[in-house]
Design a protein around this ligand. Structure first.
Ligand SMILES: Nc1nc2c(c(=O)[nH]1)N[C@H]1C(S)=C(S)[C@@H](COP(=O)(O)O)O[C@H]1N2
Ligand SMILES: [Mo]
Length: 157
């Protein structure tokens, strides 16, 4: 992982094929979807934007999360964190974006309001969110994984 390429982000964690992706990779290798969104910011008020980019679940799916894709219960254990270079980060669940569960059309944007995001980096787009906090911009990392097995045991006692 380099982390040095402008606008690139690391896709890592419990994945068979982790790696680094650029906005150009997102544009070239996946089908783009469009979302017109309105989100609210506590400090700046409502924001209106049009984003285009691939579905988060398709991008992460190609990195092959370490679950049996045929088993929904196994898929439901997975978490994702999305981080910006400024330290802002947020959490999603795999189930939230999985077509058999929440089916949320969460995107990794390559364009915002017609402007390419190659230099800035991709932005997380969560159209179902009323608040803007999860619209993480200048994404530098996406981690995919599960609760450590020891933490599961503590609560099983
Ligand atoms: N990297 C990064 N992304 C971020 C934030 C941030 O602090 N850092 N703030 C979030 C919040 S709180 C809002 S409301 C939206 C929109 O912020 P903006 O339109 O003022 O840029 O960006 C989100 N994405
Ligand atoms: Mo905000």
């Amino acid at each position: 992982m380099t982390g040095a390429v402008t606008g690139a982000f690391a896709l890592w964690g419990e994945l068979a094929r982790p790696g680094t992706l650029t906005v150009a990779d997102l544009r070239r290798e996946w089908t783009a979807h469009r979302a017109r969104v309105v989100f609210d910011c506590a400090t700046a008020g409502p924001q209106h934007h049009t984003f285009e980019g691939p579905l988060l679940r398709e991008v992460v799916g190609r990195a092959r999360p370490e679950f049996d894709p045929a088993r929904r219960k196994e898929r439901s254990r997975f978490l994702l964190t999305v981080s910006g270079g400024d330290g802002h980060h947020t959490v999603l669940s795999w189930a939230e974006i999985d077509a058999d569960f929440g089916d949320a059309p969460v995107l990794l944007a390559t364009r915002m309001d017609g402007e390419e995001l190659d230099a800035a980096g991709t932005q997380l787009v969560v159209p179902s969110d009323r608040c803007g906090a999860r619209y993480v911009s200048a994404v530098t990392g996406i981690w995919v994984g599960t609760l450590p097995v020891d933490a599961c045991r503590i609560h099983a006692q």
